[in-house]
Design a protein around this ligand. Structure first.
Ligand SMILES: Cc1cc2nc3c(=O)[nH]c(=O)nc-3n(C[C@H](O)[C@H](O)[C@H](O)COP(=O)(O)OP(=O)(O)OC[C@H]3O[C@@H](n4cnc5c(N)ncnc54)[C@H](O)[C@@H]3O)c2cc1C
Length: 331
């Protein structure tokens, strides 16, 4: 029997999220390793043209879209009912989606409807004897848990940045616009009227950025974040912060990385004037390469850093920015 894989995409303001392409890429690899499973992609939303075009090249065998005004903003009950309506004749063996706020919410609802096994925050998936073994961080990243799933169906919400994206295929998968299925009674639907950016609105989105430049109390004041923003600008990076910074009101809470903030897994994380408290490490420990700049050589951040500079950030950061600009020909 050919295994059926489903990758559920997420479009934010018309653009496909990176987590969607990672889910599709993972589905493709698992399907190929399973000896030829079929990967269906699914996108729900409004104004899906560009997200559809990107998703269709991400390693899918076919792409279904459901679009309409009522799907303009995410509503988990509506989306879960629609998705289970589409698969009324047979639930996919493996469903993959991003472990975002929306993705985790949707995964839980689908698992309840389908009687499926579920894991969120997944950072690795391996085929096992008669099912799957998945890895996820637990206890705020201090340990990893391996979960064995026997049988089907299963739903895995994958952590952004933990998997390579899909292949960017030359030929897009065939796209089929599906009419929304008949829906039963839904709880009252709230609608999102408008999005307002709480961040600097410059540079890439923190959750998806390949490089994150993050600042802590060592910056001494909000005005000095300019140094980080210049460094981030030279690298095309997003800016993040420790809780000391957001608690002090130097940056909005949306910048906070860690246990009570956001989790990021960029290719490169540069921690500047951050001590490396466990609650901060939780949110960035899965970054590919970690660089720390701190004047205290015994700061705990150096224990997790791949590269460290023990020194004064006020000297190092401007010199680093100038060097990167020179190297990149940015004048
Ligand atoms: C329940 C709970 C949840 C929490 N959640 C989070 C969370 O989500 N995220 C988070 O970040 N924290 C969180 N915290 C707080 C966490 O414990 C730390 O207090 C916080 O991370 C410290 O921030 P910091 O590293 O910026 O500041 P500090 O610990 O004060 O470190 C500042 C660092 O800057 C260095 N420094 C100073 N001057 C310079 C200079 N000129 N050049 C270079 N380096 C310099 C110092 O050596 C020091 O290491 C949480 C705490 C609790 C109890």
């Amino acid at each position: 029997v050919t295994a059926e894989f489903l990758a559920i995409g997420e479009a934010r303001r018309g653009a496909l999220s990176r987590a969607s392409r990672e889910a599709a890429g993972l589905a493709r690899r698992l399907a190929d390793a399973a000896g030829g499973g079929r990967v269906t992609g699914l996108l729900l939303g409004r104004d899906l043209e560009s997200a559809t075009a990107a998703f269709a090249r991400a390693g899918l065998d076919r792409l279904w879209t459901v679009s309409g005004e009522r799907y303009a903003s995410f509503h988990s009950a509506l989306f879960a009912q629609t998705i289970s309506g589409l698969f009324a004749d047979g639930v996919p063996d493996v469903t993959l989606l991003g472990s975002t706020f929306a993705g985790r919410d949707l995964a839980g609802r689908l698992a309840a409807r389908w009687g499926a096994g579920i894991a969120t925050d997944v950072v690795d998936v391996k085929a096992a004897q008669d099912g799957w073994t998945v890895t996820r961080p637990v206890f705020s990243g201090r340990a990893t848990q391996e979960l064995a799933f026997a049988g089907r169906p299963v739903i895995f919400a994958v952590r952004a940045g933990a998997f390579p994206t899909g292949p960017d295929a030359a030929t897009p998968a065939p796209i089929e616009a599906r009419p929304p299925p008949e829906l039963g009674s839904l709880p009252p639907l709230g609608t999102v009227g408008a999005f307002e950016s709480s961040g600097s609105a410059q540079g890439p989105d923190l959750a998806e950025a390949a490089i994150v430049v993050s600042g802590g109390r060592g910056l001494k004041g909000p005005e000095n974040f300019r140094l980080l923003e210049e460094l981030a600008g030279s690298l095309g990076a997003a800016v993040g912060a420790s809780r000391a910074v957001t608690d002090a009101g130097w940056k909005p809470q949306s910048f906070q990385i860690g246990q009570t903030g956001r989790s990021v897994s960029p290719q490169l994380y540069i921690a500047i004037g951050i001590s490396g408290a466990i609650q901060h490490l939780t949110g960035m420990i899965s970054s590919r390469t970690i660089v720390a700049i701190n004047s205290d050589p015994s700061a705990p951040i150096f224990k997790v850093a791949d590269y460290g500079i023990a020194g004064d950030l006020f000297q190092i950061v401007p010199a680093l920015t100038a060097q990167i600009r020179r190297t990149r020909g940015q004048g």
